[in-house]
Design a protein around this ligand. Structure first.
Ligand code: TMP
Length: 217
């Protein structure tokens, strides 16, 4: 099948509290769009590049229990700068669809709303690390932190997942606040009992944004 073409590259991010299912849904969305004939790059943050994977190990490893939110912020931004340079910008320049499992909203929420770093400070650093790259659509999968963490189980949690429940409640509140401030870009989808039921809503939002930039034919 000939590839379908777009007027511009489309950048879609998936966000949400721990255990919300964004990895599953971002992969399902990538699969769906590939089946529809689009060129899709799926990536994740932190990770997605060689350097990003090493930064991810530092950030999620229990040995580094004392990392401050500011250091976390700088490491996440370093990983992001690399991902943008290596993967995101080149793919968008070729008018592909890029789907990322987390992006900068996670920093505003985890290091800002929940970690206590001032949002203005984060935005100042982001103006350098991200520049003008901005998602066209952000799918926010909303789940109560208690329910999300239960899915992960107590023994499999990493350094971030193991933070106190109060931290994770601030994460959820932060995401919902960001969504209220960015209604056009961030679409909140409440997770349902089954993946299929949730994906029905995800699919609608994803196809909507792609339709906006699709070339006729
Ligand atoms: P996950 O995306 O596989 O859940 O793991 C990434 C973890 O890192 C998750 O706990 C969220 C956290 N995180 C931040 O704290 N700040 C960020 O900027 C990003 C991208 C992730």
């Amino acid at each position: 099948m000939a590839k379908k073409s777009l007027k511009k590259g489309i950048f879609i991010t998936f966000e949400g509290p721990e255990g919300c299912g964004k990895s599953t849904h971002s992969k399902l969305a990538a699969e769906l769009l590939r089946k529809e004939g689009f060129d899709v790059v799926h990536t994740r943050e932190p990770g997605g590049t060689g350097v990003g994977k090493r930064i991810r190990d530092i950030l999620l490893n229990f040995k580094n229990i004392t990392i401050s939110p500011l250091t976390e912020l700088l490491l996440f931004e370093a990983s992001r700068a690399e991902l943008i340079r290596e993967i995101i910008k080149p793919a968008l320049a070729k008018k592909k669809i890029v789907i990322s499992d987390r992006f900068n909203d996670a920093t505003l929420v985890y290091q800002g709303y929940a970690g206590g770093v001032r949002l203005q400070e984060i935005k100042r650093i982001e103006s350098v690390s991200i520049g003008k790259v901005k998602p066209d659509l952000t799918v926010l999968l909303d789940i109560k932190p208690e329910a999300g963490l239960k899915k992960i189980g107590i023994f499999l949690r990493d350094r971030m997942e193991s933070k106190h429940i109060a931290f994770h409640k601030k994460v959820r509140k932060g995401y919902l606040d960001l969504a209220r401030r960015n209604r056009r870009r961030i679409k909140v989808i409440r997770t349902k009992d089954t993946v299929d039921a949730t994906f029905k809503d995800v699919k609608k939002e994803v196809l909507n944004v792609v339709r906006r930039y699709k070339r006729p034919g």
